[in-house]
Write a protein that binds this ligand. Structure first.
Ligand code: FEO
Length: 403
């Protein structure tokens, strides 16, 4: 059964998406993702956020809905906090089943209903702070929270249960199975979801970190007793835990991240790897936590998560045809698009002919406000002197990160 009671008036319905499809067409979700929707009952009935029909999501939600004695036809208001198609892809099908429900979103959201789905009737744009009375003492309020994750985004608030329907905000990757509430998961399962929350944040939300901080600040006056996102765990025991986690992640965009080092490397024949091993010896000698990611072997989704989190980076790659090692060029392009700013960075690598990685690298990271320690390139295999210098470069970076 995929129906979970939050209060007399509010329940969660969810679909687990387990697919080889990529989230947003980019990010792997090997452990799935959940699409959560919420039913709120007063005298009128509201459904908050929809879904796309990945892996039979419609049937999963319908099963949860029917267990409450409802179906899509009884919905009076469909509230769309955010129009990205993972939450709205089934809108035309919903409309065919229920032509009378009023579709509610911000004014920008209503424009997207029209442009994505060609629906022109039965739409209502709500303003920041507007209240929708469902009757029977139940009401919903809407607060604009632009750019968490798209410009049209809002959150919905149900004051009796203190539930914040936050859509993408406070969400994560990871399928939920037959539980949704934070108090139903073991510490080990929470560890898993913490990792998937960071990856989700870095992949989807990180560019909008200033808006996350602004949004949380805006909602500070609400007595939030349940955080109900549209991806991942519903936080009724400790809603502050996920909000604080998001605020910590948002702070990385301002202060560079945790006192850790993410090593991102690629090597053609092992010469860059040999030099990198010396750098890692230096980092380990200083006792700074570090993660190691080889491109292209590891998908950039996971690389991005640790790079976003870490104040220090090592970028290790050979020159390739007078330019950067292509998989590193792709990773750096993703970092640039995701505004991965404020890092302290050591770049190293082997060159075969005349080099060339540096010129392309400098252009790729321009504008990211990265502080570079002294780079080291060498011809072919690193000499003993190179290895000594590389180990010292690793120590130097680690000492800076330790502070
Ligand atoms: Fe889950 Fe931005 O959509």
């Amino acid at each position: 059964m995929k129906m979970y009671t939050i209060s007399d008036a509010v329940c969660c319905l969810h679909a687990d998406i387990e697919t080889t499809d990529l989230f947003e067409g980019i990010w792997p979700i090997p452990r799935g993702v959940s699409l959560n929707t919420y039913l709120v009952r007063g005298e009128k009935i509201a459904l908050i956020d929809l879904f796309c029909d990945w892996t039979n999501a419609a049937a999963q939600i319908r099963e949860g809905l029917s267990s409450t004695g409802a179906d899509f036809g009884v919905v009076d208001y469909l509230i769309l906090n955010h129009l990205e198609p993972d939450h709205t892809g089934w809108l035309r099908e919903f409309r065919a089943l229920n032509p009378r429900a009023e579709i509610i979103a911000t004014a920008k959201g209503i424009n997207l209903v029209k442009s994505f789905y060609g629906i022109e009737e039965g739409l209502r744009a709500v303003k920041d702070g507007e209240v929708l009375d469902l009757g029977g003492g139940v009401s919903l309020s809407f607060f604009e929270t632009p750019n968490i994750h798209w410009p049209e985004t809002m959150v919905t608030w149900e004051p009796n249960s203190g539930t914040l329907f936050s859509c993408d905000a406070f969400g994560s990757f990871g399928a939920l199975g037959d539980r949704v509430f934070d108090d139903a998961f073991s510490p080990e399962e929470h560890d898993f979801f913490e990792g998937e929350t960071l990856r989700y944040y870095a992949n989807i939300v990180s560019s909008f970190s200033a808006f996350v901080e602004r949004g949380v600040q805006k909602l500070a006056g609400l007595d939030i007793r349940c955080v109900a996102p549209s991806h991942g765990i519903v936080w009724r025991r400790d809603p502050r835990r996920i909000m604080d986690r998001y605020l910590r992640y948002a702070s990385y965009a301002r202060d560079g991240g945790e006192r850790e080092i993410a090593v991102v490397w690629g090597s053609m024949y092992g010469n860059t790897r040999q030099g990198l091993d010396a750098v890692i010896r230096g980092i380990e000698a200083e006792g700074v936590p570090h993660s190691i990611h080889r491109v292209p072997d590891e998908n950039v989704s996971w690389v991005l998560a640790d790079v976003y989190k870490s104040a220090g980076l090592v970028i290790a790659m050979p020159s390739y045809e007078y330019a950067m090692f292509p998989p590193m060029a792709y990773a750096l392009d993703i970092f640039r698009r995701k505004h991965i700013t404020g890092k302290t960075v050591l770049r190293i690598g082997s060159r075969g002919w005349a080099g060339g990685a540096k010129k392309e690298y400098d252009a790729a990271v321009e504008g990211l406000k990265w502080t570079h320690t002294e780079a080291l390139e060498w011809a072919g295999a690193p000499t003993a002197a190179d290895l000594t210098a590389l180990e010292e470069r690793g120590r130097e970076l680690a000492r800076i990160i330790k502070g």
